[in-house]
Design a protein around this ligand. Structure first.
Ligand SMILES: Nc1ncnc2c1ncn2[C@@H]1O[C@H](COP(=O)(O)OP(=O)(O)OP(=O)(O)O)[C@@H](O)[C@H]1O
Length: 310
C-alpha cells in the first residue's frame, strides 16, 4: 500500500514544553490510522502540524505527495477535518451549513446540490436537511460535521476525538458510519481518541505518550506482543492470596488494583490447574480475558491511560 501521509523526525517545542519529540511515521492510503494517548500526550499538536494549522519546530510532513510547509493550499484541498468542538452554525439548516462550506471550498455552483445530497446520503441525513441544526441530537450534529468534511472529496479525513461528549449508543452508531465511509469511499482516516476500545477499529494504532510514539502496529499485533491471558480475581484475603501466588506460581506477573488481583500468565489453562491445587484462600470472583489496548498502554508506560491523564 502507498503512503498518503509521511511524517519525518517531527518536533514541536514550546517555551516550556517539548510537546512533540522527533516522531516518524506514515499512514497508508485507505487505512484507518488511530492516534492514541492520554490528554497532553501531543496528539492535537501533531494533528495541527499535519493539517497546516501549526508550524513545526523541525521535521517534514507530506500529504498526498504535497509538502505541508511549501504547498499548504494543495494539502488543504487534500484533507477534511472534524474538530473536537462543534463548529456548525446552529441557526442554519443542515443544507445551509453545507452550502456555506461549498462556497468556502469553491465547489462549482452547478455541482453543489448534487454533492450535498451525496454526503448527506453517506451520513443518513437526507430527510433532515431542511431542519435547523439546533434541533439535531449530538450524534446527528457529528454526522453532519462528517458530511461537511467530505464535501470537497478529501483524500484524508482527520477526526479529532470524534465521539467526545456522546452517549455510548450514539458513539457506537458513529463508528458504524465511519467504517462505512472507509469501505464505500476508500477514504483514509486519521483519528485520535483516548477511548482505548474505540481505537480497536483502526487498521493500525500509534500510541503516543509525552511527545513520543512508544508503539505502533495493528491492534491485534500490539496485543499479541503482550501474549498470554490476564486473570482477574478476588479472594477472601487478597493480601495473603497475592503473596501465595507470588510464592507458589512461577512465571506469573501479579499486581493488585483496588479489590482485584491481576495475574498475567502465558496460558490460563496451565495457571488455573496449578492455582486450584495450591491456593489456600477461597476465591470469590474469577475472570479470564485476553489483553486489551489498555494493557498494551500499561505495559509500555507502566501506567494506565486514565492515570496518565491525572
Ligand atoms: N500553545 C501552547 N503553548 C504551550 N504549550 C502547549 C501549547 N499547546 C499545547 N501545549 C502543551 O503541549 C503538550 C501536548 O499537548 P496536546 O494538546 O498536543 O496534547 P493532546 O495529546 O492532544 O491532548 P488532548 O487530548 O488534551 O488534546 C501539553 O503538555 C500541552 O500543555
Amino acid at each position: 500500500m502507498e503512503s498518503i501521509i509521511e511524517v519525518n523526525d517531527l518536533t514541536k517545542t514550546y517555551k516550556k514544553t517539548d510537546a512533540v519529540k522527533h516522531i516518524t511515521f506514515d499512514v497508508k492510503e485507505g487505512e484507518i490510522f488511530g492516534f492514541l494517548g492520554p490528554n497532553g500526550a501531543g496528539k492535537s499538536t501533531t494533528i495541527n502540524m499535519i493539517c497546516t494549522m501549526l508550524a513545526p519546530t523541525s521535521g517534514t510532513i507530506s500529504i498526498n505527495g504535497f509538502d505541508v510547509k511549501k504547498q499548504k493550499d494543495k494539502v488543504r484541498e487534500s484533507i477534511g477535518i472534524i474538530f473536537q468542538e462543534n463548529t456548525l452554525d446552529e441557526k442554519l439548516t443542515a443544507n445551509e451549513n453545507l452550502m456555506l462550506h461549498c462556497r468556502f471550498y469553491k465547489v462549482p455552483k452547478e455541482k453543489r446540490e448534487e454533492r450535498i445530497r451525496e454526503v448527506l446520503e453517506i451520513v443518513d441525513l437526507v430527510k433532515e436537511r431542511r431542519q435547523r441544526v439546533e434541533t439535531f441530537s449530538g450524534g446527528m450534529k457529528r454526522r453532519l460535521e462528517i458530511a461537511r468534511g467530505l464535501l470537497h472529496y478529501p483524500k484524508v479525513l482527520f477526526l479529532d476525538e470524534p465521539t467526545v461528549g456522546l452517549d455510548p449508543q450514539t458513539r457506537a452508531h458513529l463508528w458504524e458510519y465511519i467504517l462505512k465511509l472507509k469501505e464505500k469511499e476508500g477514504i483514509t482516516m486519521f483519528l485520535t481518541t483516548h477511548y482505548l476500545d474505540e481505537a480497536e477499529i483502526s487498521d493500525r494504532v500509534a500510541i503516543m505518550d509525552q511527545g513520543e510514539i512508544i508503539a505502533m502496529d495493528t491492534p491485534a499485533a500490539l496485543k499479541n506482543e503482550l501474549g498470554g491471558d490476564i486473570i482477574e480475581l478476588s479472594t477472601e484475603n487478597n493480601e495473603k492470596a497475592l503473596a501465595e501466588i507470588r510464592e507458589k506460581i512461577d512465571g506469573a506477573e501479579v499486581s493488585m488494583e483496588e479489590d482485584t488481583i491481576h495475574v498475567k500468565v502465558a496460558s490460563s489453562d496451565a495457571f488455573i490447574s496449578t492455582f486450584i491445587k495450591t491456593l489456600t484462600i477461597p476465591v470469590t470472583k474469577l475472570n479470564i480475558r485476553k489483553p486489551t489496548l489498555n494493557d498494551v498502554f500499561l505495559a509500555f508506560t507502566g501506567r494506565k491511560i486514565g492515570e496518565a491523564e491525572d
